[in-house]
Ligand binder design. Structure first.
Ligand code: SER
Length: 597
């Protein structure tokens, strides 16, 4: 079974169990400042897990592109990936543990579906702590299905609890499903979840969301209990196909074959080179998905753009390790595009952009990489004599600033020579140089969940008012190109060719404030996309929509297709103030604005 077949089978199975297929979302979360990328299938569904009604009902299924960059440095081993696809099914206050586990079991073991023999399956469940009890309920369901008790492992919170990935949000105990690869146990402690030797491969996770974690660390019960499950496509096909690693499956072999062809090196001959080959294959695939996303970004020094830059530059450096001198990434990108054009047509429509951006970044970095490596080696000689084996921050910063080496590349080079980098020293040098670019630091890579605080919600409603006001003042060509909201400010990107004048900005600001002062009710309706468009609702973004969508109207002033949430009335929003208008990219302007109470 291939990845394409698995994707289809999963959806067919859950549709046969009365789930509605919904459309996976962009890799770049809307209105969630706590995370750079969509990290799991449940991420776009957080508002619904927290209680909002979903327009498609209470049983949903989809496939979702995900990126986890938290362990970017682990990529290169046989199982870690920065980009992966997650299959998911959700119950929003519908079924809970018993039905969820029964469906997972049927899909995994029935010959009609994946047909894994029962003796290859083992599971983990939550062992219990002071917040939540030991999950005997899930264990009993597994037992009733014929799974022997010794293959049900009780593990603590670090292993069998999901969420919140950020500071707040839905969370609860989970049960994880593992397939035995047949390898010999690595020790007498070798067990699912407790050991990472590769004998047991986790393929699926059923999360039972029953709490909403608060900022102060306490848990409130969720009004509506939900189920969130996630099955990793790449890992699961590796197990179905009897492969030891995701890199041996058909989603990687054509990319690896191309790398072999370009480099003249053979995968499987040398452990160090194999690692470079895997890094290049993984990072190129991820870069294509970031560039080709509904909200594609370009390489830059902040946020998602910086991750993209790190991925591309790390791939280029590992190409150099394989002896590749010229530009090569687009030959690999082309294979990724071909492979994914059906499930993700959006990447094909962004083909020219993807190729152009990769070519530009490769050109930029290749021209300084050699000089930077030379500089590093020169410095290394002296530093190696230093017993501390630490590369000072200012040297790492110089490599970053002059030669375009992301810190992580310098760290990797240091590690290859048995050294470490003084990160604090780097940060200091960085701060001194550019106070504003702090977003590249690790803390934003960790992940998080949607922030539904009051201010964020009010800023979201303000974004709709701003959008409409801009169209009134500048014209109907204004279209939303992106939006990012934190608890402090909104940022709105829109299509418009020229810098806005002070008068235009004042006019937009005045219109938004007039509307806020009208104390308009915000009304939410569910309808089909056609009905929404016919009703004059704005729906943008090259976004894919479900068959039913939510439309938010702010009085008679604005109407937009949107997932929410919004304030109920504009009454207490405060005063809208534009802080900055600037260029975002060619033909796109960016406004930053706040609400002052
Ligand atoms: N959110 C869970 C996970 O990412 C299940 O989808 O594993």
């Amino acid at each position: 079974m291939t990845a394409n077949e698995l994707r289809k089978k999963y959806i067919d199975f859950f549709v046969s169990k009365n789930h509605v297929e919904i459309v996976g979302k962009s890799l770049i979360p809307e209105n969630d400042p706590t995370v750079l990328f969509t990290t799991a299938g449940m991420h776009p569904l957080v508002p619904y897990l927290l209680g909002q009604e979903h327009p498609s009902g209470s049983r949903l299924t989809d496939y979702q592109k995900c990126i986890r960059t938290g362990d970017i440095d682990a990529v290169g081993d046989p199982s870690h990936l920065t980009f992966f696809e997650m299959l998911g099914n959700w119950s929003l206050g519908d079924y809970f543990k018993e039905e969820a586990i029964k469906m997972s079991f049927e899909f995994l073991t029935s010959p009609k579906w994946l047909g894994f023999p029962l003796d290859r399956l083992s599971v983990t469940v939550f062992a219990g702590d002071e917040v939540a009890p030991r999950d005997e309920e899930s264990a009993a369901v597994w037992t009733s299905l014929g799974l022997p008790r010794e293959r049900i492992h009780f593990l603590p919170k670090e292993d069998n609890w999901w969420g919140p990935a950020g500071e707040t949000g839905p969370c609860g105990p989970d049960t994880e499903m593992f397939i035995d690869t047949g390898k010999e146990p690595c020790s007498d402690k070798c067990a699912p979840g407790a050991c990472s030797c590769g004998k047991y491969f986790e393929v699926w996770n059923d999360v039972f969301m029953q709490y909403n974690m608060q900022k102060d660390g306490t848990y409130l019960p969720l009004e509506r209990k939900c189920v969130d499950t996630g099955m990793g496509i790449e890992r699961t096909i590796a197990m179905i196909q009897g492969k030891k690693s995701v890199y041996e499956t058909e989603v990687f072999t054509p990319i690896i074959a191309k790398i072999q062809e370009i480099s003249g090196k053979n995968y499987g001959d040398d452990e160090v080179l194999d690692k470079s080959i895997r890094i290049i294959a993984d990072h190129t695939r991820t870069s294509v998905f970031i560039l080709g996303d509904e909200r594609g970004v370009s390489p830059s020094n902040v946020g998602q753009g910086y991750i993209l830059r790190r991925l591309l530059r790390r791939a280029i450096r590992h190409g150099r390790i394989l002896g590749i001198e010229g530009a090569f990434l687009n030959q690999l990108a082309d294979i990724v595009l071909e492979m994914y054009k059906e499930p993700y047509p959006i990447i094909l429509s962004n083909k020219d952009f993807i190729f152009a951006e990769i070519a530009k970044e490769e050109e930029k970095f290749r021209s300084t990489l050699q000089k930077g490596l030379h500089e590093f080696e020169k410095k290394l000689e002296g530093l190696m004599r230093n017993p501390k084996k630490i590369i000072p921050g200012r040297i790492a910063f110089n490599l970053y600033d002059t030669y375009g080496f992301p810190l992580e590349i310098t760290e990797e080079l240091a590690a290859e020579n048995g050294m470490t980098v003084d990160k604090e020293g780097f940060d200091e040098a960085f701060k001194k140089h550019q106070e504003a670019s702090k977003k590249g630091s690790d803390k934003v890579f960790k992940g998080g969940l949607a922030d539904n605080s009051e201010m964020t919600t009010a800023l979201h409603t303000a974004t709709h008012l701003l959008h409409k006001a801009l169209r009134m003042v500048l014209g109907e060509h204004v279209q939303q190109k992106g939006s990012n909201i934190t608890a402090e400010r909104l940022r709105f990107d829109f299509a418009h060719p020229d810098k806005m004048s002070a008068e235009q900005l004042a006019e937009v600001e005045a219109i938004v404030n007039q509307q806020i002062a009208r104390e308009l009710d915000v009304v939410e309706e569910v309808m089909t996309l056609d009905e929404a468009t016919a009703a004059g609702a704005l729906a943008f973004f090259g976004e894919k929509y479900e068959s039913k969508v939510k439309v938010y109207s702010v009085g008679d002033f604005s109407k937009e297709v949107c997932g929410g949430p919004h304030v109920a009335n504009t009454r207490d929003m405060g005063k809208f103030k534009i802080q900055k208008e600037q260029s975002s990219s060619a033909g796109v302007r960016r406004i930053k604005a706040v609400l002052v109470k």
